[in-house]
Design a protein around this ligand. Structure first.
Ligand code: NAD
Length: 468
C-alpha cells in the first residue's frame, strides 16, 4: 500500500470508502437489471414519494417557486433517468471497431466499465438536480457513489440524505452532509472519479486533490456567460427570453446570461423591451411576486449588494431595480448600464439578478471583449444574420451556445453539457454523463495466426516463417 493510502487510516470516511470499494470488487460489472433497479428507485422517490417534500425544502432554502422546482429540479432528474433507462442497454453493449489489416487474425472492441468508487460534490443553486443528475449517470455506469451536497441549502441536503438512506444501501450510495472540512476530508480519499459542480476557484482545489491519486475529474464550473445582441436581432423576443433566463432562480444559475454585449444602435430599444418583460413576469412589485426567488444566504446577499454599491460608486446607471432587503435576502431584478471597466460587475461572475449592459460599435470589438475574459460556460447570440452568428461562433470558445435563446441547451440530453477550461473540464448529461463515469476499456482478441507474428525476432528468414 502506498504511503498516501496508509495515512488514510485516520480519515473518518475511509471505512465507508473501503466498503464501497469492496462492493465494487465483489460486483465486477454491476448487471444491467441492478442499474435499472437503482434508477427506478430514484425515479419513484423524486417523482412520487418525496415530490412534495422536495418542493417544500426548495421553498424553505431558496423561496423557489413551485413551478420552477417542478421544471428545473424534478422534471430534469426524471427526464435524465428516463433517457438513461431507455439507452442503457445500448451504452453497455460491447462496441465493435474495425481492426487494421496489419493486425489480421484479431478482432477489436471496447466496453464501458464502471470506474469504481466515485465522489459527487454539488452546489446549492439547484440542489436536487445537480446532485441527483450526476448520480443518475454514475449509477447507470455501475459505480458506487459518495455524495457531499452543499451546506448552503440545509433543508434540501437533509432531505437528500433521507432519500438516499431510504432507497440505497451505503455500499452503493452514501450521502455525507457537512461543510468545507467534510469536503476536504472526502477529497483525501483515492476516488476513481470526482464529479464536482461549483465555482472555478474550488474546482482548482478539487483538481489538485484528485491529482494526488490521479483520479479523473469532471468539473462543472461557472464564470461570466456573455449574451451578444447584434443590430439585426429581434429585440423584443431577445428581451423576453433573456429576462426569463436571467431572473429565474433570482439569477443563481450557472448558465444564466451574466452580461449583455449589445450593438449600441439597439440598446435603448432592448432596455425598453426588458422593462416591459420584467413587469410582465414579476409585476411592478417583484417583491410581492410568487414567481420570484430569493438569494440563498446572507453572505451571497451581501456579495451582490456590494456589486451594486461598487457600481453606484463608479457612477453607473441603474435603469431598473437596485432595491434590496437584507432581512428577506431580496434583490430586485436589476439592469445596469454605463459601467466603467474595473467595476466588479464586469469582472466577477454575478450569480444573482443583476444584468449589466455593455455596448459595442463593431462585432470585432464584441468578440475581443469576450476573448479578453476567461472562456465561458455559455455564450448566447441573438441575431438574424447567419454571417454574424458564424463569425462569433468561429472566433470564440465556450462550453455551449444558444442562438436566439438562452439556458435551454442545458435541457437537451443529446448534447454534451459542460464548460471549457476555466468554466469546466469534461461533459455531462445523457450518454456524456455515462461516459464520464465509465472507463473505456479497449480489448483485442487474437484468434488464430496473427500476421504481426511475422515481425517477431529473429528479424530474418521471413520466407521460412511464412512456410511454418
Ligand atoms: P462552491 O464552489 O462554493 O461550492 C460547491 C461545493 O464545494 C459545495 O458542496 C461546497 O461545500 C464545496 N466546497 C466549498 N469550498 C470548498 C473547499 N475549500 N474545498 C472543498 N470543497 C469545497 O459553489 P457554490 O457557491 O455552491 O455554487 C456556485 C458556483 O457553481 C458558481 O460559480 C456557478 O456558476 C457554479 N455552478 C456550475 C454549474 C455547472 O453545471 N457548470 C451548475 C451550478 C453552479
Amino acid at each position: 500500500m502506498s504511503s498516501n493510502l496508509t495515512d488514510l487510516s485516520k480519515n473518518p470516511y475511509y471505512p465507508l470508502f473501503l466498503k464501497q470499494q469492496t462492493y465494487q470488487l465483489n460486483m465486477g460489472y454491476t448487471p444491467f437489471e441492478q442499474r435499472i433497479k437503482h434508477l427506478n428507485n430514484l425515479k419513484k422517490a423524486v417523482e412520487v414519494t418525496y415530490r412534495e417534500k422536495i418542493i417544500d425544502a426548495l421553498y424553505k432554502d431558496l423561496n423557489k417557486p413551485k413551478v420552477e422546482s417542478e421544471l428545473t429540479e424534478i422534471y430534469q432528474i426524471i427526464s435524465e433517468i428516463k433517457y438513461a433507462k431507455s439507452n442503457l442497454r445500448q451504452w453497455m453493449r460491447r462496441q465493435k471497431v474495425d481492426t487494421p489489416l496489419s493486425m489480421f487474425g484479431s478482432s477489436s472492441y471496447y466496453i464501458y466499465e464502471p470506474k469504481g468508487v466515485c465522489l459527487i460534490v454539488s452546489p446549492w443553486n439547484f440542489p436536487f438536480n445537480l446532485t441527483f443528475g450526476p448520480l443518475v449517470s454514475a449509477l447507470a455506469a455501475g459505480n458506487s457513489v459518495m455524495i457531499k451536497p452543499s451546506e448552503m441549502t440545509p433543508n434540501s441536503s437533509a432531505l437528500m440524505a433521507e432519500i438516499v438512506k431510504a432507497i440505497f444501501t451505503e455500499d452503493v450510495v452514501a450521502l455525507i452532509e457537512g461543510e468545507v472540512e467534510t469536503s476536504t476530508q472526502l477529497l483525501q480519499l483515492p476516488f476513481h472519479h470526482i464529479f464536482f459542480t461549483g465555482s472555478p476557484n474550488i474546482g482548482k482545489i478539487v483538481m489538485s486533490a484528485a491529482a494526488k491519486h490521479l483520479a479523473s475529474v469532471t468539473l462543472e464550473l461557472g464564470g461570466k456567460s456573455p449574451t451578444v445582441i447584434d443590430q439585426t436581432a429581434n429585440i423584443d423576443k431577445a428581451a423576453k427570453r433573456i429576462v426569463w433566463g436571467k431572473f429565474m432562480n433570482a439569477g443563481q444559475i450557472c448558465v444564466s446570461p451574466d452580461y449583455i454585449l449589445i450593438d449600441e444602435s439597439v440598446k435603448d430599444k432592448f432596455v425598453e423591451a426588458c422593462l416591459k418583460w420584467i413587469d410582465h413576469y414579476y409585476s411592478e412589485e417583484p417583491q410581492m411576486s410568487e414567481s420570484y426567488a430569493r438569494i440563498v444566504t446572507q453572505k451571497h446577499f451581501q456579495r451582490l449588494k456590494s456589486h451594486l454599491d461598487n457600481a453606484k460608486s463608479l457612477d453607473a446607471k441603474i435603469i431598473v431595480g437596485g432595491d434590496v432587503e437584507a432581512e428577506t435576502k431580496y434583490i430586485a431584478p436589476t439592469l445596469v448600464t454605463e459601467l466603467k471597466e474595473g467595476a466588479t460587475l464586469l469582472k466577477e461572475e454575478i450569480f444573482g439578478p443583476i444584468l449589466p449592459i455593455v455596448t459595442y460599435k463593431s462585432l470585432e470589438e464584441a468578440i475581443n471583449y469576450i476573448n479578453n475574459k476567461e472562456r465561458p460556460l455559455a455564450l448566447y447570440i441573438y441575431s438574424k444574420s447567419k454571417r454574424n452568428t458564424k463569425q462569433i461562433i468561429k472566433n470564440t470558445r465556450a462550453g455551449g451556445t444558444c442562438i436566439n435563446s438562452n439556458v435551454i441547451h442545458y435541457a437537451n440530453h443529446n448534447l454534451p453539457f459542460g464548460g471549457v477550461n476555466n468554466s469546466g473540464i469534461g461533459k455531462s448529461h445523457g450518454f456524456y454523463g455515462f461516459k464520464a463515469f465509465s472507463n473505456q476499456r479497449a480489448v483485442v482478441k487474437q484468434h488464430t495466426f496473427g500476421i504481426n507474428e511475422l515481425l517477431f525476432p529473429p528479424y530474418t528468414n521471413f520466407k521460412e516463417k511464412l512456410a511454418r
